[in-house]
Design a protein around this ligand. Structure first.
Ligand code: HSE
Length: 434
């Protein structure tokens, strides 16, 4: 059979990795795909930088040369960001080409529009590399777990923040110091905002929630809280209570909607996922039939991400000549079966909490605080009261609560903060038993 022709948009870390792995494993990949997957053109920003890696591969600096090239069957978008990536993908679809993308921002933000266009045109848009790099989590959710009603998923889906949290815990260092180390090691970008503020994880959680529950992408409704304000003191206290703090992306089905949230989360240290360290990723998925399943691996990097891109290329190659209705739907559910279930506001989320407060060390303080929690029907699971330091009139109280609605927890916290014996704000972190 004649080769399928691929055009690459971007020949940076992931594009370079894709070319390298396609070349290295060409024979095995063709045996699996049923025909050769041949890269015929790549669009790059800097021709002289790309030449060495490209070899005899024709290059262009105009990405429209790729998306408008009639000889190309599949466009692989690896340039990232919203524009011009969105325009290029839409044009490739309009030209009747299949698309493979690693662009989580684009899929989370414009996925609904892109999939509708692809559906109308009868082409595929594949995005395995957009979530958790080399871990085949999209395939698992969309196909492997297709028998299940997925109840919830929770993932460590940003390697940069997981590296930072691991270092803060191991070395007891503050966030700002570890961030510098992460940047020096090349984990965090020079502008690490999307990573440390949880936006990158929210893109990935949004994509997974859509496939898990058969709902549209609703990135704008996701609750997002990063790790930049996390104090290493809380990592230490959590550890004393038998918990690790991880930045989790969580999607959970509720009766009245879905929870979609990213925030630092206490997890029991005995859970496998609590022991995912450094820049690694992991996703835990709870299905009603299968129970809990855990997926672990490298969430970034040239070849791990290329592994996912090429898996999509093989899928698209195999299905290229099939009728569109015989393909796996973009969002796992048939397009007319995607239901517009609302994402719940954070106030409606139900979870348990870690609370830390600075209080005067005198009789009755603990009783006042526990009275407020009892009035709000918030049950305490564990409690530590630190001895006041020599010459200090204040001390820390740390509490773990049982589950309650966030609005209820917030109301109780406001009352606690209003007590004259409580100094400053109460630190609140969410906790999941998973
Ligand atoms: N910036 C991402 C991370 C990698 O730190 O995990 C690619 O999604």
């Amino acid at each position: 059979m004649k080769p399928i022709h691929v055009g690459l948009l971007g020949l940076g870390t992931v594009g370079g990795g894709t070319l390298t792995v396609l070349r290295r494993n060409a024979e095995e990949i063709s045996r699996r795909a049923g025909r050769e997957i041949r890269v015929v053109r790549a669009a790059v920003r800097n021709l002289s930088k790309a030449k060495k890696l490209a070899g005899d591969l024709p290059l262009t600096t105009n990405p429209f040369d790729v998306v408008d090239d009639p000889a190309i069957d599949i466009v692989v978008e690896l340039i990232g960001g919203l524009e011009p990536a969105r325009e290029l993908v839409m044009q490739a679809i309009a030209n009747g080409k299949h698309v493979v993308t690693a662009n989580k921002h684009l899929v989370a933000k414009h996925g609904n529009e892109i999939f509708a266009a692809a559906q109308a045109k009868g082409v595929m848009v594949a995005f395995e590399a957009a979530v958790a790099g080399g871990i085949p989590i999209i395939k698992a959710l969309r196909e492997g777990l297709t028998a299940n009603r997925i109840e919830w998923l929770a993932g460590i889906i940003n390697g940069t923040t997981n590296f930072i949290l691991s270092e803060m815990r191991d070395k007891g260092l503050p966030f700002a110091e570890v961030l510098k180390e992460a940047q020096a090691l090349g984990y965090a970008e020079a502008d690490p905002t999307f990573d440390v503020e949880g936006v990158d994880a929210a893109h990935k959680a949004t994509i997974m929630s859509a496939i898990a529950f058969g709902i549209p992408m609703q990135f704008d409704k996701a609750y997002i809280e990063g790790i930049s304000k996390l104090d290493s003191v809380d990592i230490g206290y959590a550890e004393q209570l038998g918990y690790r703090i991880k930045l989790l992306g969580i999607a959970r089905r509720r009766e009245n909607g879905v929870e979609l949230r990213v925030h630092p989360t206490l997890i029991p240290e005995k859970r496998l996922i609590a022991n995912v360290e450094g820049a690694m990723n992991a996703v835990l998925v709870q299905g009603d039939a299968v129970g809990a399943t855990l997926y672990y691996g490298k969430g970034a990097g040239a070849e791990p991400t290329a592994s996912a891109v090429i898996a999509d290329l093989v899928d698209v190659t195999r299905l290229h000549t099939s009728d569109p209705e015989h393909r796996v739907p973009h969002l796992a559910f048939q397009p007319d079966q995607v239901h517009d279930v609302p994402v719940l506001p954070i106030e409606e989320v139900i979870t348990s909490y870690y609370l830390r407060m600075r209080v005067e060390d005198k009789p009755g303080v603990l009783a006042d605080i526990t009275r407020i929690l009892a009035d709000s029907s918030i049950s305490i699971e564990a409690l530590i009261q630190k001895e006041a330091a020599e010459g200090e009139a204040h001390t820390d109280i740390i509490m773990l609560t049982h589950q309650t609605a966030e609005k209820n927890a917030n109301a109780a916290i406001a009352r606690i903060e209003a007590l004259p014996v409580v100094q400053g704000k109460v630190v609140k972190l969410r906790m999941e038993t998973l």
